[in-house]
Ligand binder design. Structure first.
Ligand code: ADP
Length: 448
């Protein structure tokens, strides 16, 4: 038996508490029984004594057998109480009534409650009445019964409690067994839900949900690892191939320059993927607030727009600034920069030449809003939910000319959520896409 097991501890506690309760119950029950029996006896004793006395005075004949229930000696003189004792003391009676007194003993063996009844007849103005019963024996018997019953009751209670605990712990043991079998490679086990709608069912349900969430998490991680490896492999293969070909023979400086250009471009791609991945994992809901600082949001947006001046003009896009309000609040400026950068980058990438892009930044009800609307290729309704997943790109054939890793929107979503904000995307194929970012204002107190 494991002393630390829940079952042992419950049994020990329960056994201890029940023993104390049983003892207290037995002691108090015996005490009150005793009291009540003695009071009862006293009442009978007085009544019977008076009755017998009256009988003695009315007739000279000995009294009939009275049914008596006491163990007490009472001596009356001229109908007045002279002496009272709980023990049968024949010597005392002699003292009180003088030695010549005649007395007669009536024994009553028919009634089990009475061993004997002794009446001492009236003599020289004394009347003595003595009663005796085996009431002490009765109480002793009662004690014996309690002493015998208490351990049986306790054992019965402990036995049923132990069975009950086994029943309660059975699903928990099943959970433990299943949990031991769960590993990164094996998420197939879930626990069968109990029929009864109780706390155990809730626990099993929560456990099964946790297993499913872990399964999703591990699958996501696997997919993510595959995607990262795949994305990094492409530029690395290009670099490797380029180096091999270039080194096969001696080349003129122009050819080396061309090769280095290709290698540099692919190295930039790798750097960009790594930077984006770091941005996705560096901040967590727990540490993000430490990086918050009072930032001029409109200045960050203008900086980003400045970087897109060249691609916007080369595609002859018309950038329509509807509104850029002067807004400052506590944010992580690096993440806000990446929100603006990725959304404008997408707007520019996925909008055909000569079309419009509309931008606005404003404050409403202590919240920051950024909206970007383009007249681009649009996104299918079924894809809208998936485009914020890491490395998800809509049907590559539709936009195979357009470069990207499928990380931009997941960075945007992650950054918005780290600021407790929301991201809404509406889109129609060949009409355009409308993205709205909402971020609540943080004060210094909500920051720290
Ligand atoms: P990337 O642009 O690098 O592929 P994103 O995560 O930014 O990755 O976007 C995921 C996908 O969502 C893109 O591949 C594209 O198909 C689609 N998408 C995002 N923004 C737009 C947009 N403004 N218009 C049309 N499609 C878009």
């Amino acid at each position: 038996m494991n002393i630390n097991s829940l079952k042992t501890r419950v049994l020990l506690w329960f056994g201890g508490v029940v023993t104390i309760i049983l003892l207290l119950f037995s002691i108090s029950f015996e005490y009150f029984m005793n009291q009540s029996i003695n009071n009862n006896i006293k009442a009978h004793l007085n009544n019977d004594a008076i009755e017998i006395l009256t009988d003695f005075q009315e007739s000279a004949t000995p009294p009939p057998d009275y049914e008596l229930y006491a163990k007490e000696m009472i001596v009356f003189k001229n109908k007045k109480l002279l002496y009272k004792s709980t023990t049968l003391d024949i010597q005392k009676i002699y003292q009180l009534i003088d030695n010549q007194t005649q007395f007669k003993i009536y024994e009553d063996s028919e009634d089990d409650d009475i061993i004997s009844a002794v009446y001492i007849l009236e003599q020289n103005g004394f009347t003595v009445v003595v009663y005796k019963t085996d009431i002490d024996n009765k109480i002793d018997n009662f004690e014996d019964i309690l002493l015998f019953l208490d351990p049986i009751l306790l054992s019965l209670l402990l036995f049923t409690t132990s069975k009950l605990i086994d029943k309660i712990l059975a699903p928990i043991k099943r959970i433990t067994k299943t949990a031991k079998n769960i590993s990164v490679d094996n998420f197939t086990n879930t626990i069968k839900l109990p029929k009864k709608d109780d706390e155990i069912k809730e626990l099993v349900d929560a456990f099964n949900m946790m297993v499913l969430r872990l399964k999703d998490g591990v699958e996501n991680l696997d997919r993510f690892n595959n995607d990262v490896s795949h994305e990094l492999k492409t530029p690395l293969t290009v670099i490797q191939g380029e180096v091999e070909i270039t080194l096969r023979k001696l080349r003129d400086p122009k050819e080396y320059q061309q090769s280095l250009k290709i290698i540099g471009y692919e190295a930039n791609q790798i750097q960009s993927i790594v930077e984006n991945l770091l941005l996705l994992t560096r901040y967590t809901p727990q540490n993000i607030k430490d990086s918050f600082e009072l930032s001029q949001i409109d200045s960050i947006l203008l900086d980003v727009l400045d970087r897109f001046r060249e691609p916007i003009s080369s595609k002859n896009l018309s950038l329509k600034i509807i509104n850029i309000e002067n807004v400052s609040t506590f944010v992580n400026p690096r993440l806000i920069y990446s929100i603006f950068f990725n959304l404008i980058d997408n707007g520019v990438k996925y909008t055909p030449d000569n079309k419009n892009i509309f931008i606005s930044l404003y404050e409403k009800n202590k919240q920051l809003y950024f909206e970007i609307k383009d007249e681009g290729i649009g996104i299918e309704k079924t894809d809208i939910l998936k485009i914020t997943d890491r490395f998800y790109r809509v049907d590559e054939s539709r936009n195979k000319e357009i470069k990207g890793f499928g990380l931009g929107l997941s960075i945007v979503k992650n950054s918005v959520e780290l600021h407790n904000g929301s991201l809404t995307i509406n889109s129609e194929i060949n009409i355009g896409t409308d993205v709205l970012v909402r971020i609540p204002f943080f004060t210094k107190t909500t920051c720290t």
